[in-house]
Design a protein around this ligand. Structure first.
Ligand code: CA
Length: 514
């Protein structure tokens, strides 16, 4: 806040830089943290705490985030222009499953009100999800959903929403390529997200490559009534004489599902039924000081309460791989982590780029000089618990506890893959600000800076900037987030839900398009 004394935040005793805490940044000549600023430095940006010679390593979070290109005086601004990025850490000879034990004592007695499903999973919303097998049907499905919402939904008061699960996959792709398994599994597993109650309804065109039988073989198993009847609407079906007939079929099928969903009621469930997906987007250098450490504390509480927590974004943990393999619960989990990192290194190399392709102009404006610095701030949202498992992209989470869901850092692709993993609450931290939301699960948005939380007062759910602006402790903020997650899981609407803001699903398709 403007009236506060000039202040720098240093994370680790070995650090060569500290970041400006003050909203609006600090002016040239400001005496702060034992140095005098040689020029103006924006909020969240780094200040050299002592003179740095050309080639000298620069430490933040106690790790080398880069080397100085040309000499920087004490009090100088350290940014992406004067900092060269180090080589990525190797994937061999990593420390394996040898982290010091942390306080993992069980946290009992925390509950939420959720919708229990036949498969044991628990929904936090009661939604009719309409799976689509191909983009061709999207226009018809959008039209049908608008009519379902206007004409049917008001009659089924216990159903929260009707959501078309649309995507650009399904045809014009090499459907038998090994990499096609990722988008196919993703569509299949999103249909099984707990918020859809296992109630699968499909709209297919008819001639597409991703046939309903490929997507949901169980619907075509022997003993099940004729394929295409019941839960699958095929637009090319001969009974459809024109557009209105297609809409009527979709609405009729939807109404049957709405009737079932309407009978569901919230029941008291232990916090262990939560699967919370963590993500960040539009990050800044305060992300790693305010929102992400507090979220890490909340993640520890969730794991101690028996819940599942997913953290993701491969390029944003790649530089911290040694921290992760050390925290792996078993050597197998460490090997799984390394396998996912190696796959992604190779994927990036095929595109002739590396992890440095991750940082955005906004990240840099927010004081993050490169992916190493961004990664160190991103990883802290995973907290301190042992990593109990790894979820490959598109697959469902099987274990409880803290899991690494291997996804790209792209906000939409990461969110889509976490939906497939089975997430029922999403927590998203942002420094620059994003109106991100999903129609399928509630998204809690956490601002890293009070300035952002104030300007975007109706878009943000939590102001974690109070850790800097009001001296709120990380633990206190972590507990606040933990309680908010339980309240939102029980039905409290998030800012994005109130404004009905939602992004499109975005499938991860590393396979060829034909
Ligand atoms: Ca992201």
């Amino acid at each position: 806040m403007a009236h506060l004394e000039p202040r720098l935040i240093k994370i680790h005793p070995d650090d060569d830089v500290a970041v400006v805490a003050n909203d609006g940044g600090l002016k040239a000549g400001t005496a702060v943290g034992g140095v005098v600023l040689t020029g103006p430095v924006p909020q969240a940006h780094k200040v050299a705490l002592h003179a740095l010679a050309a080639g000298a390593p620069v430490r933040r979070y106690g790790v080398v985030i880069g080397h100085v290109r040309e000499v920087i005086a004490a009090g100088g601004w350290v940014n992406e222009d004067n900092l060269a990025m180090p080589e990525p850490p190797g994937l061999e000879d990593l420390p394996i499953a040898n982290a010091a034990p942390v306080d993992a004592s069980p946290l009992a007695g925390h509950t939420f009100e959720g919708y229990r499903n036949a498969d044991g999973s628990v929904g936090t919303r009661n939604i009719l999800g309409i799976t689509t097998t191909v983009q061709c049907v999207a226009g018809v499905v959008d039209h049908a959903v608008a009519r379902i919402k206007a004409e049917l939904l008001p009659r089924y008061g216990n159903v929260d929403d009707v959501v078309a699960l649309e995507h650009t996959y399904g045809c014009g792709v090499a459907i038998d390529a090994p990499a096609a398994a990722i988008p196919i599994e993703t569509v299949r597993n999103i249909a099984r997200n707990p918020n859809f109650a296992g109630s699968t309804m499909v709209v297919s065109l008819g001639c597409e490559k991703m046939q309903p039988s490929r997507l949901f073989p169980e619907m075509f198993a022997p003993g099940i009534t004729a394929a295409g009847e019941g839960d699958i609407v095929t637009l090319q079906d001969e009974r459809h004489g024109g557009f209105e007939a297609m809409i009527a079929s979709i609405m009729e099928t939807a109404e049957r599902h709405l009737r079932d969903l309407d009978r569901r009621r919230r029941v008291t469930c232990p916090a262990s039924d939560l699967m919370v997906g963590l993500q960040c987007g539009g990050s800044d250098a305060l992300s790693g000081i305010t929102a992400n450490p507090a979220l890490g504390y909340a993640a520890d509480l969730l794991v101690r309460a028996g819940a599942t927590v997913l953290f993701s974004e491969v390029t944003e943990v790649r530089d911290g791989i040694a921290q992760l393999t050390r925290r792996a619960a078993t050597p197998q989990v460490a090997a799984d982590l390394v396998r996912e990192m190696a796959w992604y290194d190779d994927y990036l190399a095929q595109g002739m780029v590396d992890r440095s392709a991750n940082t955005t102009p906004g990240n840099k404006k927010g004081g993050l000089s490169n992916i190493v610095e961004k990664a160190m701030g991103s990883i802290v949202k995973s907290g301190s618990m042992p990593i109990a498992g790894v979820v490959p992209p598109g697959q469902r989470a099987r274990e409880k506890g803290l899991l690494f869901a291997a996804t790209p850092a792209s906000d939409f692709i990461c969110g889509t893959l976490q939906l497939a993993a089975g997430m029922n609450v999403h927590v998203f931290t942002t420094g620059r600000g994003t109106p991100y939301g999903l129609a399928e699960v509630p998204v809690i948005k956490v601002a890293t800076r009070t300035d952002l939380a104030r300007r975007w007062h109706d878009l943000m759910d939590v102001d974690a900037g109070r850790i800097v602006s009001a001296g709120v402790g990380i633990e206190e903020m972590g507990w606040e987030m933990f309680r908010l997650i339980l309240a939102v899981a029980s039905g409290r609407k998030t800012a994005a839900e109130r404004l009905r803001l939602c992004n499109s699903l975005a499938l991860f398709n590393p396979g060829p398009v034909t």
